[in-house]
Design a protein around this ligand. Sequence first.
Ligand SMILES: Cc1cc2nc3c(=O)[nH]c(=O)nc-3n(C[C@H](O)[C@H](O)[C@H](O)COP(=O)(O)O)c2cc1C
Ligand SMILES: [Fe+2]
Ligand SMILES: [Fe+2]
Length: 407
Amino acid sequence: MRVEKVRDGVYGITENLEGILFEGMWEMPKGVSVNSYVVKGEKAAFIDGVFGWDGTRETMDKALAEMDLTLDDMEYIVINHMEPDHSSWIADLDSLGKELEIYCSKESAGTLKAFFGREDRINIVGDGDTLDLGNDRVLHFAKTPNIHWPDTIATYEEKSKVLFSCDAFGSFGKLTHLFDDEYTKEEREEFETQQIRYFSNILGTFTPMVGRGIERVKKFDIEVVAPGHGMVWRENPEKIIADFERYVSYQKGVAKEKVLLLWGSMYGMTRKMVDAIEETLKEENMDYVSLCVTETDMGTVLEHAWASTGIIIAAPTYEYKIFPPMASVLDEMGRKRIQNRLALYAGSYGWSGGAIKEFEEIMKRNMMKWDVLHAMEYNGTPLEEDRKEFTEAVRGLCRAIREKVAG
Ligand SMILES: Cc1cc2nc3c(=O)[nH]c(=O)nc-3n(C[C@H](O)[C@H](O)[C@H](O)COP(=O)(O)O)c2cc1C
Ligand SMILES: [Fe+2]
Ligand SMILES: [Fe+2]
């Protein structure tokens, strides 16, 4: 629990998490931070959950003292979102011996009851509602449904012009500093990959709603973006907003000028074609990443898939269908709505093939709308003519990506 001043009267409380799976399933090679905030008016408000709080009064008193506050000054809790990474601390509130008023959406109130049996001192807020904390501190609420649950709202404080955006504008990556201007250019570039990873792993399914939520919060005069995960943007809040708008737009199919080559191979027959594909991508000076589907976690696949305009799938036939690990990763891509990509498929078979048929079924049932420029199955080891055919397809893909990205 690290306390830092964000602006006059506004404090951030951050906790880094490492060595766990987010949502019980997503690997986080760089960890993640969970951020909550306190706004000081005549009375003070917590914005989102104080992660890392051990549930004792003593620890809370100590943290509040760093903000020149006591529990007596605290009156309100704003719940932007009930996912337990932001809300689990509520279970321990009664141990404080202080009755706080909760402000949250109608949907959050339902979940609050379901998760923690909490039904009292709840005030429902909707789009455009405000909460006056006194001393010119007024909180404004905006509904941002499905960033990331149906309950989610964003909160804006008008005097400090800080937007508490919760999962919107969030990122993986633990914090070594709180603010954007405290990181080097290289560190910020690394954070960009963590932003895309977060977006694709956590928010991808809800991309159109993310776009609508961004439009809604942009009506505020924002000088600081203070998300629930990742750094606080005070030097360049426009950057994180523009980044998220860009990630939303990637779903339409124009992402980076880049290829994700995702492959699997049991005995090396498909692998031989993968080698030829990589050679061609290098010759074409195409930025690409090559990931073995059985050795790569799903989060990494999604991170690169989201950012790539082109995707090449290479996998053999297995029991009349596609190599099973590839089938499940393709399905996950479908669920996370990786749509409208330019794509190629290649794979080896032993006797009759069948992988392409299932590949097409997966595309269809997930409504992925990939533009598959070429798909080929070849028998056993790729012959010279097979390589030639697919190399031409890879060159065609590179041309199509460049045309698409150039608009
Ligand atoms: C368990 C298993 C199931 C297979 N099922 C099929 C199949 O249903 N149809 C087919 O044409 N080949 C099938 N094959 C053969 C492989 O597709 C073939 O050996 C191919 O060259 C493997 O490519 P790889 O070395 O890249 O994995 C199967 C192979 C294995 C090991
Ligand atoms: Fe969430
Ligand atoms: Fe979250």
